[in-house]
Ligand binder design. Sequence first.
Ligand code: SF4
Length: 350
Amino acid sequence: MEKKHKAVALISGGLDSMLAVRVMQEQGIEVEGINFYTGFCVEGHTHAIRNQDKNKQKRNNALWVAEQLGIKLHIVDVIEEYKEVLLNPKHGYGANMNPCLDCKIFMVSKAVEWIKENHHDGFDFIITGEVIGQRPMSQRKATMPIISEESGAEDLLLRPLCAKNLPETLPEREGWVDRSKLYDFHGRNRKPQIALAKQFGLTDFATPAGGCCFLTDKSYSDKLVDLWQARNSREYEMDDIMLLKVGRHIRPKAEFKLIIARDAGESKFLEGYRKEFISIHALSHSGPMALVDGELDEEQYELAAAIVARFGQGRMADEVELDIALPKQGSLQVKTPPLSAEQVLQEWYV
Ligand code: SF4
């Protein structure tokens, strides 16, 4: 019996990788998926935190895509290794803090490593859902060979959705894959992908235009840069990058910022950090949970409390009583008039 060829597909959870896998499956290629978890991924858990997002899907899109395609998915934690990609991208950043080209090279190189380690399973090549011209930074005609070369994948990397616009790869030359049945998609127009999805009977998929991660988001990137500047270091831990996804971030002083929940869901989420951070919440009125990130000395207690009071039910009261809880040191109560909307300066918002 003729050997069935096997590919590993980079699965982001979006439509393109989903289609790339289906195109391969149509040609009888056995596919397994691999998803790299950087910590910046846009995933359902963020929607699970906020009340206003309650109607949004809370699914992990990569897992969901794998389920739709009937393939095995390997989720690989790359949080630590990814730091180097984010902090020192050889090819620089995109419009925000997104090092897309380096990120793609890194992920494909991890896939190369992965198929070598899993050689006993006989993976023959790698596929991605990349489309030429789709993304300004990483998906351009000029960057496609850079990704193949710098990742070490060379011609083991096949992009089924735009392969006809690129030189032949090993799977095509060897006849494992029929090049005439691959696609020549290019540009930002998503109509061909939507039409192909329809042809495959795929009606439900993650927002096609959505980025793969928070690093493409301006507001998130601003918060990340602010965090690094305030700490005078670009080190970060998982909790740091998670907290940037939650709450209003207000920095009234260089030494500290407040992370103030925007709804009950976020308050509950921030409560989980009370053992590590100073936390503030109103006692006399209902209001949000807030964390203090940085150094808060006694002279600043009232300022921090007055800001937090501004965002609770006591915002119009003469005075609000708040609890300031210091990890391992107990708590103290302060009474303060809340700041007015104008007193919470626009430049404090990160
Ligand atoms: S959007 Fe994020 S995950 Fe996607 S390529 Fe860019 S940096 Fe990487």
